[in-house]
Write a protein that binds this ligand. Structure first.
Ligand code: MN
Length: 225
């Protein structure tokens, strides 16, 4: 595929993901085949995770939004920034929809995701010491989540990079989460993300995850701030 076509496809996928976060909320297509992340993530896990779990968050979010006229016409980002005002169904399913839409975009077939840009690498090195040090700290954060949740690399409101975790489907956009920030990278550590292949061994999933990170999307998010 030539670079112009690849770039056009990237724009189409970004537009589909953005559209999925406006009402009525919808399931964005996976930006690759379900088996494209093998052997790191198997096709069956991806199909169930995307087609059933993520779809359920979308369906439940649309139903919950119908119950609260204040939410009419709002985007998911707007809703989450004021999530303390709304019910738990909106928080859990809205977070589920946002987090998974982001997560699919942050993955790519091994070899296709590129590397951190010089600018991102410089920021990571300044904050964490080296890319490897960052990876170890991010892994440790992911392994520290008790039960279900997420680990994040965010840019905080002061412009600093930070590694954070959230429980359940909470995320750093929500006004109930501290610190707030713009997500740059995220890993889903719910068991549904890895159990079929890795069973209870979250460490194997987390430490084996780096080859399928879509650094091109992380770079784009970092540059966009
Ligand atoms: Mn998940």
């Amino acid at each position: 595929m030539n670079s112009a076509l690849r770039f056009s496809l990237a724009l189409v996928m970004a537009a589909l993901a953005a559209d999925a976060l406006a009402q009525p909320f919808s399931l964005p297509p996976l930006p690759y085949a379900a088996n494209a992340l093998e052997p790191h993530l198997d096709a069956q896990t991806m199909q169930i995770h995307h087609g059933r779990h993520h779809q359920a968050y979308v369906n439940n979010l649309n139903a919950a939004v119908q119950q609260d006229p204040r939410l009419e016409g709002m985007t998911l980002e707007q809703i989450q920034r004021g999530i303390s005002e709304y019910g738990m169904a909106v928080r859990n399913n809205g977070g589920g929809h946002y987090n998974h839409t982001l997560f699919w975009s942050l993955l790519a077939p091994a070899g296709a995701g590129g590397e951190p840009s010089p600018e991102l690498l410089e920021a990571i090195t300044a904050k964490f010491g080296s890319l490897d040090d960052f990876k170890r700290e991010f892994e440790n954060a992911a392994l520290s989540v008790f039960g279900s949740g997420w680990a994040w690399l965010i840019r905080t409101e002061t412009g600093d990079l930070a590694i954070t975790t959230t429980p359940n489907q909470d995320n750093p956009l929500m006004d109930v989460v501290s610190p707030n920030g713009e997500p740059l990278l995220a890993i889903d550590v719910w068991e549904h993300a890895y159990y079929l292949k890795f069973q209870n061994v979250r460490a194997d999933y987390v430490r084996g995850w780096w080859p399928i990170v879509n650094w091109k999307e992380v770079n784009r998010r970092f540059a966009g701030g």
